[in-house]
Write a protein that binds this ligand. Structure first.
Ligand code: 13P
Length: 256
């Protein structure tokens, strides 16, 4: 069973809509058509950039998927400052990151909240990228696997069997995010294999189909080795996705 790798750029709170347009134009220029034969690519700009990038992708028939970094679980309502999955769907968003560790730690997102968001993203015709990952203390105390397992089972609790197969999970150890410290390819592989076994235990066919990305200080130099691992099906890239040339080098990892 071959899974098509998904390379996603999470821009976090960076690049206004003018800068975003420039960035996507440069990225499109850097990538060649054959880069898209073997991988899927998504860019996840801030909400305020989405409409501009959607228009650009449409007009120039670019091959990227448009992605978002978060959404509310409800379709509409009195939720000041929130953005609904129905609004993202209208913008032709394909993938929505849910439960990023920055949202889990800074905005108090629990597994229950993440589960509701993942369900809602699917209900609106998009695919969630559900993030999980342990902190440094959790890893050092030997509890990384059980922490991640609890996050996976809790965050996927509301999904149907079919949705589990379509899903993307991003394993992002918190200590590797923005620190320049990447998990070794072997450690990342071990945890991604564990995540796959957790999904397999819920629904066996989904275990072979679910795509599992690695995230945390991915760059053009370490992407090739990470992506060669059996259970790693792509990358969720932060800092290195803000610069077109470096992100393009990660996307074309198979040429290296
Ligand atoms: P960095 O690639 O900057 O470490 O960020 C990873 C991340 O959090 C992507 O979601």
């Amino acid at each position: 069973m071959s899974r098509i790798p998904l390379i996603s750029g999470n821009w976090k709170m960076n690049l206004n809509h003018f800068e975003a347009i420039q960035m996507v134009q440069k990225l499109s220029y850097e990538l060649r058509n054959h880069d898209y034969d073997a991988v899927e690519v998504s860019v996840h700009p801030p909400y305020t950039d989405l409409r501009s990038i959607q228009t650009l992708i449409d007009a120039d028939r670019m091959h990227f998927h448009l992605g978002a970094q978060n959404c509310h679980a409800e379709s509409s309502g009195a939720f000041t400052g929130e953005v609904s999955p129905a609004m993202l769907q209208k913008l032709e968003v394909g993938f929505v990151i849910v439960g990023h560790s920055e949202r889990r730690s800074l905005s108090g997102e629990t597994n229950e909240i993440v589960a509701a968001k993942a369900k809602s993203v699917f209900a609106h015709g998009m695919v969630p990228i559900v993030c999980v990952g342990e902190t440094l203390e959790e890893r050092e105390s030997g509890g990384a696997e059980s922490v991640v397992e609890t996050q996976v089972t809790g965050s996927l609790a509301d999904l149907s069997k079919d949705q589990l197969s379509e899903l993307v999970i991003a394993y992002e150890p918190v200590w590797a995010i923005g620190t320049g410290k990447t998990a070794s390819a072997e450690d990342a592989q071990l945890m991604c294999a564990h995540i796959r076994s957790v999904v397999t235990a819920i629904h066996k066919p989904a275990g072979t189909k679910v795509r599992i990305q690695y995230g945390g200080s991915v760059n053009a130099s370490n992407a090739v080795e990470l992506m060669s691992m059996e259970d790693i099906d792509g990358a969720l890239v932060g800092g290195a996705s803000l610069e077109a040339a470096s992100f393009a080098r990660i996307v074309s990892f198979q040429d290296a």
